[in-house]
Design a protein. Sequence first.
Length: 103
Amino acid sequence: MNLSQQDWASQLEADPNAVILDVRTEDEFNDGYIPGALNIDIYKGQGFIYEVDQLDKSKNYYVYCKAGARSDQACQVMNQLGFEHTFNLLGGFMNWHGEKALP
């Protein structure tokens, strides 16, 4: 499901079952990320699928990338793997006005 920046942030804040997933490259992640995010690079292809499939499918996943396209694709892949609750951040990290962290 695609959510606006505001809806994504407010829903995430109120969700005790939330996991934040950053699907950007390691280099992008190292330039800054949303605090608490797990980084699994969607460009890893089969490696991405393998790593994501190991995650707890009962959690709610708040997924983002730089602009929103890769994270939308990641949500679709995750849904095919049996994840029921994935939320894509429209506009991605480049439009994120919330808290940011550095590694």
